[in-house]
Design a protein around this ligand. Sequence first.
Ligand code: URA
Length: 254
Amino acid sequence: MQIRLDKYLADMGIGTRSEVKQYIRRKQVQVNGDTAADAGRKVDTDRDQVSFQGNEIPYAEKEYYLFYKPQGCVSAVTDGRHKTVLDYITGSRRKDLFPVGRLDMDTEGLLLITNDGALSHRLLSPACHVPKVYYARVSGEVTGEDAAHFWEGVDIGDEEPTLPARLTVLPRHGGGNGSAGEDAQVTEIELTITEGRFHQVKRMFAAVGKKVLYLKRISMGSLVLDESLEPGGYRPLTEQEVEDLYAPTDWRIP
Ligand code: URA
């Protein structure tokens, strides 16, 4: 791709376009080893080697990060009051990243962070029905009746009931982590939904008289939360993971 030199450096977060022009005037920018004199000259993002203050600056057109969102931050690019998910992505070159969709402040788990608008559109489009899998701890006993209800569709106060969702009650197990094994009044579940309505999981359980106590997203389409990540951690997607997200897929819940 051919782009202006000042845009190239601004895209890579070196500075604003006018700051970059100043760096060029001060002879701090080289293209293929020669000092650049013209901010408007075209460079080839694949072939030309651009350096700033002696450091090579490779061009990254699209960036993709798998982020383990912790509780207590907002799924936004900026926020006047709270830490945002982007505050955690400190090693990126692009300055135009955004989260694909939202998780509530108290929800944790998988969030894709990218600057790829086309992919975001594809994953969030209601027509695509991309499945999202959540793990939750829910107050009370979640029953087979609830599962049947979720599969039929739940009235959560919107114009339309929810689309079929797969609710699985996880087996009880012992353990000292405050999970279901210790407390008969808490059920661990996995829920797959193919929509992204506001507070959807919490509202679905509220509709059957239960409260979500803890919520974590495990996957979105083919992308699965990396258990080796800690909350607040992130890693770049592999090329294969990006390809899989773009692959034409029948996302219907089996
Ligand atoms: N459903 C919710 O209720 N909250 C989330 O953060 C995601 C899905």
